[in-house]
Design a protein around this ligand. Structure first.
Ligand SMILES: [Zn+2]
Length: 192
């Protein structure tokens, strides 16, 4: 038989976080101030991450816990994390790269570049495998030369990893799939 629970231990077990003004400790754990986060019932609240839709560029907030549940865009209804490479131009680059809170790998490529064509299907494969932890986009340097210039991309393919819109790391040249996956997984795991 378990020992009878004392009032004090019940209060401790509730994770009581604030004074309710009574002389006795308040037992209502759901009772909270406006704007106060109840950590016991909303454990994922603080772990929401902004994910930009690759179809309509609307930022959506998704709980970390639900990134693997195939979340849909609140505006257009398309899958947010479909593992597809998002083709960017100057305008969509700002919306996609700066507002995604997941790291973004951008592939600078061109249609005439053989190593680019070699790396493209590998990148698609890795983007699909790592779709809940990284977004993958592509910039055609012939169609959007201003972006290549802005980021000093002088050889292709060049992969640049951005976090919160800022470049974190880059790698140039074609590489086999395992190396590509190791690089993306390694740099996206690393915190600032
Ligand atoms: Zn959308």
């Amino acid at each position: 038989m378990t020992a009878p629970q004392t009032l004090q231990s019940r209060v401790r077990n509730f994770g009581h976080r604030r004074r309710c003004g009574d002389s006795l400790p308040c037992l209502v754990s759901n009772d909270r101030e406006p704007g106060e986060v109840n950590v016991s019932t909303e454990p994922s609240f603080r772990e929401r991450v902004q994910v930009v839709c690759g179809h309509c560029l609307t930022p959506n907030r998704v709980a970390h816990l639900h990134l693997g549940d195939d979340p849909k865009c609140g505006r257009c209804g398309e899958r947010l994390l479909d593992g597809e490479l998002v083709a960017l131009d100057e305008a969509s680059f700002e919306a996609f790269v700066a507002k995604n809170e997941l790291p973004v790998v951008v592939d600078f490529w061109a249609a005439w570049c053989a190593p680019c064509r070699m790396i493209a299907p590998l990148l698609e494969m890795v983007a699909g495998e790592l779709q809940t932890s990284v977004r993958v986009a592509k910039v055609d340097v012939d169609a959007v030369p201003a972006l290549a210039q802005r980021f000093g991309v002088y050889s292709i393919p060049t992969l640049v990893l951005f976090r919160d819109g800022a470049e974190v790391q880059r790698i140039a040249g074609a590489m086999p799939a395992p190396q590509l996956k190791r690089w993306i997984a390694g740099v996206t795991r690393r915190r600032r």
